[in-house]
Design a protein around this ligand. Structure first.
Ligand SMILES: *[C@@H]1O[C@H](CO)[C@@H](O)[C@H](O)[C@H]1NC(C)=O
Ligand SMILES: *[C@@H]1O[C@H](CO)[C@@H](O)[C@H](O)[C@H]1NC(C)=O
Ligand SMILES: *[C@@H]1O[C@H](CO)[C@@H](O)[C@H](O)[C@H]1NC(C)=O
Ligand SMILES: *[C@@H]1O[C@H](CO)[C@@H](O)[C@H](O)[C@H]1NC(C)=O
Ligand SMILES: *[C@@H]1O[C@H](CO)[C@@H](O)[C@H](O)[C@H]1NC(C)=O
Ligand SMILES: *[C@@H]1O[C@H](CO)[C@@H](O)[C@H](O)[C@H]1NC(C)=O
Ligand SMILES: *[C@@H]1O[C@H](CO)[C@@H](O)[C@H](O)[C@H]1NC(C)=O
Length: 463
């Protein structure tokens, strides 16, 4: 009976197993003999006892029960270990102290286990009754020494600079057979990547180049069939930064890079950036063309003087003296007597974005009209026209424009048409649209007037 091939897969769960035996014994009317082993591979530790469990069942009257154990090492003839008939055991005298069996229980005890005991163990059961039934099973046994706690070291131990340096982590477990190495970072496996590579045995992790993301708690896990051990955690030193430089203040109104402070108030600025080792910080003040280094260190206190509407530019400069990299951020401090609450309200009613959009729109429209105007009215003609004008008229135009040489500038402002039409000599300066909040419609109207006005002037001149 070729039982080996026809064996059903048995779970190691004892309950299921015993239930199947019960079925074999009670239900299997026509089945002969079945020999089962819970596991076809058993891992043993050297120097310890190893138990190879075997169960069998049959459904015929039996006179003799014979059990034989054979040992088969890689590519060698199977060796007889011991056998039994009914309850009497006949050992091979060479191994009699090493193998134990308690028939009719077919399980084998090996004690102590040695490396030489590694191989396949074959159990054969013969039942003599109305004819002879026979079945066998094979169990593979491995023998290992448990691993010892691994040790990890990093090269270079002094640390590596981000994007410049490389790092090698080496793991070694002195004891243990057939160790399998695995690297963990913050408790999770490290995978191969564009910067991570492993030695063939996996006991060396090479990171080239290192980045800030490689900072973490590394450990090495070593396993074999009978044990596993994890190293102590090691944290590599990686120099990086500065990153994310920014300036914060304890008070004042902050809009973008502009801090507005009430007159007489002191304001404390704090400059910070992510970096290892910590940055050195310097503060620079810019006034007109001159820049001065005013302070070293991450904090700067500005005591606002009793001068209204003072504007000063500052720069915080961060330098990492190991990576050799630096960053700087500038900001403006406005000391005002207006009062921050008032400013905040104004900011709400006319958000900066809205005013910027308004000014941009105005400029675009102005440019368009300027181009149109230039196309229909060559530069020379205007100049001649202006020169040809009476002195008073020219001066009037100049007054309105607020410019000496406005011909190349925004000619739109120069229109004389508006006051001419209204008859009011006082004309708002060119900063009208922005500061007085003139609406877009007003602008439109004015420009429209210019367009209509120009051909008439030209005609005038030609005559
Ligand atoms: C084994 O036991 C059976 C029944 O108990 C008996 O008939 C048989 O003779 C025994 N065989 C040997 C070799 O002792
Ligand atoms: C065989 O003997 C072992 C102990 O030596 C015991 O644990 C096991 O249950 C026995 N098996 C059977 C089928 O009686
Ligand atoms: C023995 O086996 C034969 C056929 O193999 C069968 O006819 C006979 O009934 C069996 N005897 C018993 C006692 O089971
Ligand atoms: C880091 O490794 C890369 C590639 O393996 C190599 O080209 C480079 O020279 C190494 N840098 C240092 C500082 O060893
Ligand atoms: C690394 O380990 C230290 C303590 O050993 C712990 O404080 C830190 O949070 C760990 N870092 C991570 C990323 O798990
Ligand atoms: C700034 O410097 C330039 C040249 O260095 C000089 O011409 C200019 O007058 C300076 N401006 C002020 C406000 O000092
Ligand atoms: C780098 O700066 C730190 C202070 O932040 C200082 O203690 C250290 O000596 C400096 N190292 C070098 C190489 O200049």
């Amino acid at each position: 009976m070729g039982q080996d091939a026809s064996m059903e897969p048995f779970g190691s769960a004892g309950g299921v197993f015993q239930y199947k035996i019960y079925l074999l014994l009670v239900v299997g009317a026509c089945s002969g003999l079945k020999v089962v082993v819970p596991s076809h591979t058993v891992h043993g530790t050297r120097g310890q006892a190893l138990y190879l469990p075997v169960h069998y069942g049959f459904h015929t009257p039996a006179s003799d029960i014979q059990i034989i154990w054979l040992f088969e090492r890689h590519h060698m003839m199977p060796q007889y270990l011991l056998g039994s008939v009914n309850k009497s055991v006949v050992p091979d005298l060479e191994y009699q102290h090493k193998f134990t069996m308690m028939p009719p229980n077919a399980s084998l005890l090996i004690n102590p286990l040695q490396f030489t005991d590694e191989g396949n163990y074959i159990v054969k059961v013969n039942i003599q009754g109305n004819g002879t039934l026979s079945a066998s099973q094979k169990i593979q046994v491995t023998v290992d020494d448990p691993v010892t706690k691994p040790v990890v070291w990093i090269q270079p131990s002094s640390g590596a600079v981000e994007y410049v340096g490389n790092m090698t982590l080496t793991c070694l477990a002195e004891g243990g057979t057939r160790p399998v190495y695995q690297w963990l970072k913050n408790g999770r496996p490290v995978h191969i990547s564009s910067t991570n590579s492993f030695s063939p045995q996996n006991n060396i992790l090479h990171i080239a180049p290192v980045t800030k993301e490689d900072i973490g708690n590394y450990s090495c896990l070593v396993k074999n069939h009978v044990s596993q051990m994890e190293s102590d955690i090691i944290t590599p030193t990686i120099y990086y930064g500065p990153y994310g430089l920014r300036v914060n203040s304890d008070k004042g109104l902050k809009v973008g890079a502009v801090f507005t402070v009430d007159i007489g108030e002191a304001i404390l600025f704090d400059c910070s950036a992510d970096s290892y080792p910590p940055n050195t910080y310097s503060w620079i003040q810019r006034t007109d063309n001159a820049t001065y280094l005013i302070k070293q260190g991450p904090r700067l206190e500005v005591a606002s003087e009793k001068v209204a509407q003072k504007t000063t530019d500052y720069v915080c400069y961060a330098y990492n003296n190991v990576t050799g990299r630096q960053d700087e951020t500038g900001f403006t401090v406005i000391i005002t007597s207006v009062g921050l609450e008032k400013l905040a309200q104004k900011g709400k009613s006319l958000p900066p974005l809205a005013s910027i959009t308004g000014i941009s729109l105005f400029l675009i429209i102005s440019m368009c009209f300027l181009l149109l105007w230039k196309k229909y009215q060559p530069h020379k003609a205007i100049k001649q026209k202006l020169e040809g004008r009476p002195e008073t008229e020219y001066r009037k135009a100049r007054t309105f424009s607020g410019h000496e040489d406005a011909l190349d500038d925004f000619g739109i402002y120069e229109f004389v048409a508006f006051p001419d039409a209204s008859g009011v000599p006082r004309v708002p300066s060119r900063s009208v649209p922005a500061s007085d909040g003139a609406s877009g419609q007003d602008l439109h109207y004015t420009i429209y007037e210019v367009i209509h006005h120009i051909p008439a002037q030209q005609q005038d001149h030609l005559e």
